[in-house]
Write a protein of this length. Structure first.
Length: 760
């Protein structure tokens, strides 16, 4: 979590599910598809989201009743806008679920209003938009045509990959009904590669080529050519260039991460070949061994092309089993221009659409594996560091609503920061990167959040700036500030690969007596005034979760019997022996820096109350800077649109000094208090001594009487017992019995019975 991270949140009280995001070509406007509405937000100003216009687009009451009668939840019968694409310079194209009856419409870019087409404001949306708002899908426009991958029926059992809005001699296209082309897929993403004139679709589906008892899910990439118009007799109005291949995200000797969650396209650097295009995907596993974890894999366009240019599997229609043996390759499946081929060639490509090999990750490894987080969305960015090298930065959204910023270095990944964006987990979310604005937009049911890609000003020293290993931030040696690399013209200090502070921050660090490099971000101690026997809590916060916090008390050790250290907070009871100076240090990558200094002193004026650090305890004192607020957007309560900007800061604790005129009175009251305590202790000690003497006297008296008391014979004992029990004695019986011991020997028959005046 990054305290101080600025986040701008936009929401409306009457609009929710703002998850479909689209940037205008000039990146000055953000279009948002929501529930029953389409929004136009002005993002021309840095850090602002201002509502420009709004289109209300909701079903009628009749359509809502019909939807509910089908057994659908009333909340799901609204119009969830799921397709929003720029069609040309004058219009956009939008589609929504529309009460489980998908509808589409044109939107005029000039006045941002729904436009009619052939006298109709709404078009049939089947095959362009899902019926269920929670069904995943993908859509992309190329040359004024809409390419979609979705389901084309109410129950979601008819997956289709289609082309719409074709004009002239071009026709709308869709997949053939040949078994095996799609096996219960979940569509994720799509991308258009201009040099290939192909659209790539990314999805997960059931892997029929594997003979497993358990249902086995595989991730796929499929391709179609934009020039495809279908065959003349065979495959009329059907794709003739459709092929698919498996994406294999797997580490060596481990089970694969086989379920695709999201995919982002990273375009090559300027001047590089388009074959250097990379596809970064989030994958999860269907097996419990990797449950709760996610992996990120990158696939290059070159490897995808090589797999599609190789051999293809053959499906035996009798046994429904796949094999790698192909009798004769009479055509290259997936090659553009096959629509003019003979029927024999088209029948061949119709039966051979599954590539024999799988696409392996670039560099033959996983780019990133999360420890205990599951990622849902990602976007990738290529940035240039201070040394001129290019780095890949990934922005990943977790299920719990945190945004992770990771930089790929040395075959691994380094998490630069973690930012809390959403208060609660969301079922549908979306990420969109604006490179020109330098922000990441997060769409959810809570609203639209704008998060800057960097916040270099948070790092207060050269050490913090270098340890962050953010390729967008560098230490300006001249101004002695951490700033964006574009703002540092000379003497930029940065080490993205290693974060070696000792190497690059030589002029800004010192050595301690043990020869270790240290630095400090504080210039003076924070004075904390407390009362004796009061719970003290000293708080220490670091910008890096990779750092190890360490508390020190100047001049003595911190005993675990007295001090409790938990989550950066040092807690103890204020006594004369615990007053003094405390220091919190953070160690990361072999470098130690002091984060805060505290001077804990006894209060001189008992009338001054300490500042509480806990809302549930009136005796706790604020002994540290107030905890930084999370970068969580605040809940919107107003009805009008607003833009909320939250920036967390560290607030020092407020301390109060005693009045000068009360010093003598404080000393007098303190001495009187100590005298009372001394008297009380003396009285308690005297009482304890008296009690001890009484106990000794009692014991001596007992011993004396036990030696001098007369003992009874058994006969007298029995008579005494009978008298005490209220029974009549039987002298005839007693006279006939003999005592086992002679009288007056000091031994009694049965238990000892003493006279009434004999102490027991």
């Amino acid at each position: 979590e990054s305290p101080g991270r600025p986040i701008t949140l936009f929401n409306l009280s009457d609009v929710s599910n703002t998850t479909t995001l689209l940037l205008s070509n000039d990146e000055e406007t953000l279009y948002v598809g929501a529930r029953d509405a389409i929004l136009s937000l002005n993002i021309s100003k840095t850090g602002s989201l201002e509502l420009s216009k709004k289109i209300d687009w909701s079903p009628t009451e009749t359509e809502l009743r019909e939807c509910i009668m089908k057994g659908t939840n009333k909340m799901d019968c609204a119009n969830f806008v799921r397709v929003l694409q720029v069609l040309n310079s004058t219009h956009m194209f939008a589609c929504g679920t529309f009460a489980f009856g998908p509808r589409c419409s044109y939107i005029s870019s000039e006045d941002f209003s729904l436009s009619s087409s052939a006298g109709e404001k709404h078009e049939e949306g089947r095959g362009r938009c899902p019926y269920n708002p929670y069904n995943k899908h993908t859509a992309i426009t190329v040359g004024g045509e809409l390419y979609t991958a979705t389901v084309a029926d109410f129950r979601g059992n008819r997956p289709v990959i289609s082309r719409h809005l074709s004009e002239g001699d071009r026709v709308d296209m869709k997949l053939d009904d040949t078994p095996g082309w799609l096996e219960d897929p979940t569509f994720i993403s799509s991308a258009y590669i201009p040099s290939e004139e192909k659209v790539y679709f990314f999805f997960s589906e059931m892997g029929r080529e594997y003979d497993f008892i358990e249902r086995f899910t595989v991730s796929r990439v499929a391709q179609v050519c934009t020039s495809d118009v279908g065959g003349q007799r065979t495959l009329q109005r059907r794709w003739t260039t459709f092929t698919k291949a498996q994406l294999l995200c797997q580490a060596k000797d481990e089970l694969p991460y086989n379920v695709l969650q999201d995919m982002s396209t990273l375009w090559p650097a300027e001047g590089a070949s388009e074959d250097e295009t990379l596809f970064y995907g989030i994958f999860s596993s269907q097996w419990s061994v990797n449950s709760g974890r996610s992996a990120v894999c990158a696939f290059s366009l070159r490897d995808v092309k090589d797999v599609f240019g190789g051999n293809y599997k053959t499906l035996n229609r009798d046994t429904l089993r796949w094999s790698s043996r192909m009798q004769e390759k009479i055509a290259n499946p997936g090659e553009c221009g096959l629509h003019n081929s003979s029927d024999n060639v088209l029948r061949f490509v119709k039966e051979h659409f599954l590539a024999d090999k799988s696409v392996s990750p670039a560099n033959q490894g996983l780019a990133l594996v999360s420890g205990d987080q599951r990622y849902t969305n990602l976007v990738a960015q290529r940035v240039k560091g201070a040394n001129g090298r290019e780095y890949t930065v990934l922005y990943l959204l977790t299920e719990s609503g945190f945004l992770h910023k990771a930089v790929l270095v040395g075959g691994g990944a380094h998490i630069v920061e973690e930012i809390q964006v959403l208060r609660e987990p969301q079922r549908v979310t979306n990420l969109l990167l604006s490179i020109s604005k330098g922000v990441v937009f997060v769409g959810s049911s809570e609203g639209v959040a704008s998060v800057p890609v960097s916040a270099c000003a948070l790092y207060r020293s050269c050490a913090e700036c270098v340890l962050a290993r953010d390729p967008l931030c560098a230490w300006d040696s001249t101004r002695r500030v951490c700033a964006h690399v574009s703002a540092v013209t000379d003497q930029a200090v940065q080490d993205v690969d290693g974060g070696n502070v000792l190497k690059v921050c030589k002029n800004f660090t010192t050595l301690n007596p043990r020869g270790r490099a240290v630095t400090t971000t504080v210039s003076h101690s924070e004075v904390v005034s407390v009362s004796l026997k009061e719970v003290v809590r000293l708080r220490c916060r670091t910008l890096s979760q990779l750092a190890t916090l360490h508390w020190e008390r100047l001049g003595s050790e911190l005993s675990p019997d007295i001090y409790i250290k938990e989550h950066g907070v040092l807690s103890f009871l204020a006594t004369p022996t615990t007053l003094g100076s405390y220091r919190c240090q953070a160690t990361e990558n072999g470098f130690t820096q002091t984060l805060c200094l505290y001077e804990v002193r006894q209060k001189e004026d008992p009338s001054l109350q300490p500042i509480s650090t806990s809302s549930t305890s009136s005796t706790s004192s604020t002994l540290s800077p107030a905890p930084a607020r999370e970068t969580t957007p605040r809940e919107k309560t107003e009805t009008k649109p607003t833009t909320q900007t939250s920036a967390s800061t560290l607030i020092p604790a407020v301390t109060q000094a005693p009045a000068h005129g009360s010093k003598h009175m404080l000393q007098h009251e303190s001495s009187a208090s100590y005298l009372k305590e001394l008297v009380a202790v003396s009285v308690l000690l005297a009482m304890c001594v008296c009690a001890l003497l009484l106990l000794v006297a009692y014991d001596l008296r007992k011993t004396y009487h036990s030696r001098t008391a007369p003992h009874l014979s058994s006969d007298d004992s029995d008579q005494e017992r009978e008298v005490l029990q209220g029974e009549s004695p039987h002298p005839e019986k007693q006279s006939s019995e003999k005592s086992p011991h002679p009288p007056n020997t000091g031994v009694s028959n049965g238990p000892n019975v003493y006279l009434p005046n004999t102490p027991i």
